[in-house]
Design a protein around this ligand. Sequence first.
Ligand SMILES: NC(=O)C1=CN([C@@H]2O[C@H](COP(=O)(O)OP(=O)(O)OC[C@H]3O[C@@H](n4cnc5c(N)ncnc54)[C@H](OP(=O)(O)O)[C@@H]3O)[C@@H](O)[C@H]2O)C=CC1
Ligand SMILES: O=C(O)CCC(=O)C(=O)O
Length: 382
Amino acid sequence: MTEGLLSTMDEWGPEKVVCVSDSRTGMRGVLVLDNTARGIGKGGTRMSPTLDVTEVTRLARTMTWKWAATDLFHGGAKAGILGDPDAPQKEEMLRAFARALSNEVPREYVLGLDMGLDERDAAILRDELGDTGAAVGLPAALGGVPYDELGVTGYGLAESVDAAAQHIGRPLSGSRVSLQGFGAVGAAAAKRLTELGAVIVALSTSHGAVHDPDGLDIAELLELRAAAGDACVAHYDAELLPVGVELDVRTDILVPAAREDAVDERTARETSAHLVVEGANLPTTPAAKAVLAQRGVVLVPDFIANAGGAVAAAFAMDARYSPFRPQPPQIFDTLSVKLRANTVQVLEESRARGHTPYETALALARERVHKAMALRGRLPRN
Ligand SMILES: NC(=O)C1=CN([C@@H]2O[C@H](COP(=O)(O)OP(=O)(O)OC[C@H]3O[C@@H](n4cnc5c(N)ncnc54)[C@H](OP(=O)(O)O)[C@@H]3O)[C@@H](O)[C@H]2O)C=CC1
Ligand SMILES: O=C(O)CCC(=O)C(=O)O
């Protein structure tokens, strides 16, 4: 495993990988600090029964590009715990994880929310490490910015979809959208996309998919989700279809907002979508990206479209030092302006340079990180 990890290290990072375990609780976890040239390591914390070090390493690299592309001064990092987020011993594992990383948190890394963690978990992490700014994504009752509850990432994602659709001359209003994932990101995106006039024709959770070519009733699905969580799809008045159907249905826009590597070469070859906007981190394989580009399907990369959580986390980090608590309308307005502008800038430059939006956004982010590395004396002498 270590050999594999060492061979993936490159000129950008990771700078540090810390694996931790605790035999009493069975906690096993990892923190990856990818590149901190632009600031302290920041990125959400994931809990998943299938987590591995490579997954967290890839996510941490995405954070390096995300902070740079949104021009916020944090470094790329991510942490994860191997385990079932619904297990009764979750709190004990979180506490053990926080204790094990008390050298690094919050000096080098600030904990946050990703799949499997929510605001209550952030409160536990903070409780374990004290009021030191160890975790963001805290409940409002603790003075935090509850960015999953507010649905900032999904909101920003929908704004990015709207900006991209407008830019390519196929406006969102009346367009069909298919969505993978109906969690913190997917549900908030579905709500905002509907407000913007999109017709959501399919969506899925790991319980299954629902499909209606005339449009799903998103208000009803959101109500069912409030009562039944991600099992909501099974309670909706439609046939429950196998997971994956949402990638194959006829749609204008595809929004993968669940897992990494969901959009593979086959989907890229067969999708009817003319626009793919990445809601999840790393949902499209490199080979699929190449096929989409060949077919002229526009792809807006994750670190441009799903940066809403990062923007909100940055607000929360700053709020630690400020008597002015950012209010949700200010956060939503800021991220709408920022994500729309970033989406359009990347699409415009991509057209002008004849590169894909992914290549264009990556070049922009790399240039900023490289500049910071140079200024801090982190580049090799030759
Ligand atoms: N939360 C945030 O602020 C941010 C999250 N992201 C990224 O967005 C993605 C989703 O995160 P988030 O919404 O927070 O996570 P959640 O755990 O809240 O939701 C994940 C959703 O995806 C569903 N899902 C999981 N596996 C599959 C599958 N194979 N097929 C279809 N649906 C599936 C889950 O269903 P079920 O619960 O039934 O398993 C759930 O509906 C991740 O890649 C995350 O890194 C990116 C930026 C910020
Ligand atoms: O840094 C955070 O806490 C949230 C942002 C994040 O993890 C992401 O954008 O993937």
